[in-house]
Design a protein around this ligand. Structure first.
Ligand code: HEM
Length: 498
C-alpha cells in the first residue's frame, strides 16, 4: 500500500497545479465556443499526438470549426485554453494589441534568444526600431547583385536535371536560399560546398525537427521534463554547430575594423562584383557607433535572419515552381511578362525591372495564399481582448491561423484554386486589407517582406527565362513542421526554353 502514497501525492499536485492555472486566467463573460471532443483534464491534447501530417489535419479541423462559429474557437491542452482565430479583422486586432509572443516560442530560444521572432516585448520594441534601417530600400538594393548571382547559380545547378524527369527541386531552392542569406546576413560565402556547409544545413534542418517534436509531445513542454529528454540532447548537438558558426564569423569580422572604426566593404563573388553591406556589418557598426548591441545580441539577430530568411523563401519558391508546373497557362503568361521586360536578353534584373514584374508578384502572393508557409503564429494575451463576436481572456494563448485567413469564405467559392489573375484587378480581391497575411499582420509582421519579394522575383526571373517546369501539385500531402511542408511528392521536371 505504501507505494500508493507517492502516486497519490503526484495526482494531488497535478490537480492542484491544474486548479491554480485555471484560476490564474479566469473566463470572460463572452468566451468563444469550445472545439468539440475535449476530455476531462487533458482537453484536446490527445488529438495533437501523431505525426506532423496528423497535426496538419488537426489544425485544419480547428480552422473549419472556427469559420462556422464566427471566426474564433477555443481548444484546450490540459489546463491551457488556446484560442484559434481565422477572422482577418480579429487577427489584426490581436496582432496589434498583444505584442508578446506565446511561451511556445521559448522552444526556439536556446537558438534564437531574444532575436526579433522570439524576443520578449520589452526588448523587441527597442530592437525592432534599431533593426528597421537595416531593411531600408537602400540597403536591400545593395543585395541585388547577390540575388542575381545566386539566381544564376541556381540556373546552372538545375542544368543537370534537364530532360531527366521528375526530381526534388526543394534541395536546390533550399541550398541556394541558405547561401543567399548567409551572404547577405553574415557576409559568408558558402557556395564552395564545404563540409561545414553541409553540417550547417543539416543542423538547421534537425533543430526544426526537435522543436516540432517538443510541441507534439505535450509532456516535454515543461523545461523540467525537456531537460532530461533525448530531444534536448539532439537540440544541443545542433546548437553547438549553429552557434559556433555565427560566433566565429562575428569575431573574425569584428577583428577587421580598421583604426578609424570602419569595416572594409564586401563585394559579391561572381559576375556582378557589386558592393553590399551584410546585416552583421550593419549591426556591428551600430554596436561600435552607439554602443547598443553586444556580441550575443548580434549573434541572435543574425541567426534569426538566417532562420526567418531562408527556409521561408526557399519553400515559397519550391511551391511556386510546382504550381507553375501544374498551370502551364500561368507559366506562359509569366514568360510573356519576362519577354516584355527583358526581351530575348538574359541580362541581370535591375532595380527598375522589379516594379514592372507585377504578374510575377501576383504569382508569388497567390502561391503564398494557397500554401501558407508560416501557417500559424501565436501570441500571449496580456489583457482581455474584445473581438467582433467574443472577448478573449488575459493570460491565455492565441493561435492566429494565417492559412485560415487565406481560405476564408471572403475569398469566394474558388478560394482553393491557384489563380494569380485575381491579384491583377482589385475588384476580384476581397474587400478587406487584412485578407492577405502571408507575412503576418500588424506591428510584428515580417521585417524581411521586401527582401523576400525582391530575392524571389529575381530568382524566378532568371529560372523561368531558362526553363519550362512541369509538375502536379494536386498529389501533395502536407505536414506541419513549424512551417507547412510537403510530406511527399514535391517533384517537378524541367526542360530548356528556346
Ligand atoms: C517568403 C518569405 C517569408 C515569409 C513567408 C515570412 C513570414 C513571416 C511571418 C509570418 C512572420 C511572423 C512570425 C510570427 O509572428 O511568429 C515573420 C517574421 C519575421 N521575419 Fe519573415 N518571412 C519571410 C522572409 C523573411 C526574410 C527574408 C527575413 C530576413 C532576411 C525575415 C525575417 C523575419 C523576422 C526577423 C521576423 C520577426 C519580426 C518581428 O517580430 O519583429 N523573414 N516572417
Amino acid at each position: 500500500m505504501t507505494f500508493l502514497v507517492p502516486i497519490l501525492i503526484c495526482v494531488v499536485c497535478v490537480l492542484y497545479s491544474y486548479y491554480l492555472w485555471k484560476k490564474s486566467c479566469p473566463d470572460t463573460d463572452n468566451e468563444p465556443p469550445k472545439f468539440p471532443g475535449a476530455l476531462p483534464i487533458l482537453g484536446h491534447a490527445l488529438q495533437l499526438i501523431g505525426d506532423s501530417c496528423h497535426l496538419w489535419r488537426a489544425v485544419n479541423d480547428l480552422a473549419n470549426k472556427s469559420y462556422d462559429i464566427g471566426g474564433v474557437v477555443a481548444a484546450y491542452i490540459g489546463p491551457r485554453t488556446i484560442y484559434v482565430i481565422t477572422d482577418p479583422d480579429d487577427f489584426f486586432t490581436v496582432a496589434n494589441t498583444s505584442l508578446e509572443k506565446d511561451g511556445f516560442y521559448d522552444f526556439a530560444k536556446p537558438w534564437l534568444g531574444e532575436g526579433l521572432v522570439t524576443g520578449k516585448m520589452s526588448i523587441w520594441k527597442n530592437h525592432r526600431k534599431l533593426l528597421n534601417p537595416a531593411f531600408s530600400q537602400i540597403v536591400l538594393d545593395g543585395f541585388l547583385g547577390v540575388f542575381n548571382d545566386q539566381a544564376r547559380k541556381l540556373v546552372k545547378d538545375l542544368e543537370k536535371e534537364v530532360g531527366k524527369g521528375p526530381f526534388d527541386h526543394w534541395t536546390y531552392t533550399r541550398h541556394n536560399a541558405l547561401e543567399t542569406i548567409c551572404l547577405t546576413a553574415l557576409g559568408v560565402d558558402f557556395t564552395d560546398h564545404t563540409i561545414l556547409n553541409s553540417q550547417y544545413v543539416h543542423a538547421t534542418e534537425q533543430i526544426f525537427n526537435t522543436m516540432v517534436d517538443r510541441f507534439q509531445k505535450f509532456w516535454l513542454h515543461s523545461p523540467l521534463t525537456f531537460r532530461w529528454s533525448d530531444v534536448k540532447k539532439k537540440q544541443d548537438a545542433c546548437l553547438k554547430i549553429l552557434h559556433n558558426m555565427s560566433y566565429t564569423v562575428l569575431r573574425r569580422r569584428r577583428a577587421e575594423f580598421d583604426v578609424n572604426n570602419i569595416l572594409p566593404e564586401r563585394k559579391t563573388g561572381n559576375t556582378s562584383g557589386k558592393k553590399f553591406k551584410a546585416f552583421m556589418d550593419l549591426l556591428l557598426e551600430l554596436s561600435v557607433e552607439k554602443g547598443v548591441l553586444n556580441d550575443r545580441e548580434i549573434r541572435e539577430h543574425v541567426d534569426t535572419m538566417i532562420v526567418g530568411g531562408h527556409d521561408t523563401s526557399a519553400n515559397v519558391l519550391m511551391y511556386t515552381l510546382l504550381l507553375l508546373g501544374s498551370h502551364p497557362e500561368v507559366q506562359e503568361k509569366a514568360n510573356q511578362e519576362l519577354r516584355d521586360v527583358f526581351g530575348d536578353s538574359d541580362r541581370d534584373v535591375e532595380k527598375h525591372d522589379l516594379s514592372q514584374l507585377v504578374y510575377l508578384e501576383a504569382i508569388l502572393k497567390e502561391s503564398m495564399r494557397i500554401y501558407t508557409i508560416v501557417p500559424v503564429v501565436a501570441r500571449r494575451l496580456d489583457r482581455n481582448v474584445q473581438l467582433k463576436n467574443y472577448t478573449l481572456a488575459a493570460g491565455r494563448t492565441c493561435f492566429m491561423f494565417l492559412f485560415g485567413i487565406h481560405r476564408h469564405p471572403m475569398w469566394g467559392p474558388d478560394a482553393d484554386q491557384f489563380k494569380p489573375d485575381r491579384w491583377m484587378d482589385p475588384a476580384t480581391l476581397p474587400d478587406n486589407s487584412n485578407a492577405f497575411a502571408g507575412f503576418s499582420l500588424g506591428r510584428r509582421m515580417c521585417i524581411g517582406k521586401t527582401y523576400a519579394l525582391m530575392s524571389m522575383k529575381t530568382t524566378l526571373s532568371h529560372v523561368l527565362r531558362k526553363y519550362r517546369f512541369k509538375g502536379d501539385h494536386t498529389k501533395l500531402e502536407l505536414k506541419l513542421d513549424v512551417m507547412l511542408k510537403p510530406a511527399s511528392g514535391y517533384y517537378v521536371s524541367i526542360e530548356k526554353r528556346h
